[in-house]
Design a protein around this ligand. Structure first.
Ligand SMILES: [Zn+2]
Ligand SMILES: [Zn+2]
Length: 240
């Protein structure tokens, strides 16, 4: 089974790396390529992402890739051998469970990341576990996956471990991974794509956008959340 996990890790690493390079690359081209700065989106960065910053973001992301792939591969192989609560038939737990499970996974991931992220900003931890992500003061879409190996190790296991306990349909898992990639890329774009009206909307105000996360990259000790602003609000770390 170890050999199976390593082989799957290799395959997943390639898939994750290609997905990252394609989506972040497309976003970079849209927001910062050619006349991108004149397109319809609000600038957050003081200047376009620097070439050295982008190079660091891509290298760090590619190093983090196999670290994220390994626990995901273990979950997939575990599923084949009946150890996880991943499942294929959408009707197995009832159709209602598909959206409910998606929301549970997002809420759990958000809470886990908020508190871990606050720990990463502890003075004793920051330099070796989270500094790499914050080298991007003016982030580019490529920063969406640029985590130090220690941070990748601390976070990569969480969602795969959740599949041991909470049933998740494979299609929903794929959709969640896609949503996570898209929101991470958008939140690091250095530009805001959502219109002002949505950012001020009662629903939009609960969600983390580029405007929100960009402040975290510039001021560090605020706006720690991943998807929702609830933990930042409750803990008094939310700034607009
Ligand atoms: Zn970030
Ligand atoms: Zn941080």
């Amino acid at each position: 089974m170890i050999g199976e996990i390593l082989l799957t890790t290799l395959a997943l690493s390639v898939i994750i790396a290609v997905r990252y390079l394609m989506i972040a690359g497309l976003a970079y081209w849209l927001f910062w390529g050619g006349d991108g700065r004149r397109r319809r989106s609000r600038g957050l960065n003081r200047q376009p992402p620097r070439r050295e910053t982008v190079r660091h973001e891509v290298i760090a992301s590619l190093i983090a890739t196999p670290i994220y792939a390994l626990p995901a591969a273990a979950a997939l192989v575990g599923w084949k051998h009946g150890y996880t609560k991943l499942y294929a038939d959408p009707a197995a737990y009832g159709w209602w469970w598909l959206p409910v499970s998606a929301v549970i996974y997002l809420l759990a991931h958000d809470a886990f990341y908020y508190w871990l992220h606050r720990g990463l900003h502890d003075r004793r931890v920051f330099a070796w576990a989270h500094r790499g992500h914050h080298l991007s003061r003016d982030p580019s879409p490529f920063a969406s996956f640029s985590f130090d190996p220690a941070e990748a190790l601390a976070t990569a296991w969480f969602l795969p471990a959740l599949t041991l306990f909470i049933p998740l349909q494979l299609g929903v898992a794929l959709a969640l991974l896609m949503l996570m990639t898209l929101t991470a890329v958008m939140n690091h774009a250095g530009r805001e794509v959502w219109p002002e009206a949505w950012l001020k909307h009662p629903v939009g105000r609960q969600l983390i956008t580029a405007t929100h996360h960009d402040r975290h990259h510039k001021y560090f000790n605020e706006n720690y959340g991943l998807y929702f602003r609830v933990w930042d609000r409750v803990c008094g770390t939310d700034r607009e």
